[in-house]
Design a protein around this ligand. Structure first.
Ligand code: MG
Length: 209
């Protein structure tokens, strides 16, 4: 695929990008974050970098992880690519803008994984229930292998139950779900992320890793 040349694709539907040059000893837990609706406001299959804006309060969460030596890993489903709405080139521009907005607030991501597979697609990306697509844990486990992470102590923040389910399937114990009630999801304790108190709880959890 000509459009994918030069991009960090581990396979046709999987972007795996190591960002920056921070290094981490083996065995660190990570902060996993969904992207759309969690880091940036969800505009629905975002393909325009100029339209990207951060959600309030998320940059300090990432900055806290940076300050405490916790690798920050973005895990994002991008079925808009399988569906033919946009290509990896647009993903690259949008994602670059999100990372730029974070950097303006001294918040840095260490790895980005994006899964384009979806059953509604066509060609090589038309795969149902791909192991890399959340709620499957493939992206978290791939990051775990590449960064030598302590997966069980890692945290995940997302805005959809599928994000929490991916965390549960990967073996995480704690997740934060944007604008939702807390509850248990199997072995994963799912905490709400709605207000400043919830954000403080997440910051405390990051600082205690
Ligand atoms: Mg989301």
């Amino acid at each position: 695929m000509a459009e994918s040349e030069g991009f960090p694709l581990a396979e046709p539907g999987l972007w795996v990008e190591r960002v920056g040059d921070r290094t981490f000893p083996a065995g660190r837990p990570a902060l996993f974050l969904d992207r759309d609706g969690t880091i940036n406001l969800d505009t629905g299959y975002p393909d325009d970098p100029a339209a990207m804006a951060l959600r309030d309060g998320i940059a300090p969460v990432i900055a806290a992880a940076n300050q405490h030596g916790v690798p920050v890993v973005v895990v994002t489903n991008q079925s808009g690519i399988a569906r033919g709405y946009f290509g990896w080139d647009a993903f690259a521009r949008v994602n670059g803008r999100v990372l730029e907005l974070l950097a303006e607030q001294d918040a840095f991501v260490d790895m980005v994984l994006a899964c384009a597979y979806h059953e509604a697609g066509s060609g090589p990306l038309a795969i149902a229930d791909h192991p890399m697509r959340k709620p499957n844990p493939g992206m978290l486990l791939e990051a775990g292998r590449r960064l030598g992470l302590d997966i069980e102590r890692s945290l995940i923040v997302g805005d959809k139950p599928a994000d929490m389910e991916a965390g549960r399937r990967a073996g995480l114990a704690r997740g934060w779900l944007v604008d939702c009630e807390g509850s248990m999801m199997g072995g994963l304790s799912m905490l709400p992320l709605r207000d400043a108190t919830d954000l403080d709880g997440l910051l405390t959890a990051i600082r205690s890793l």
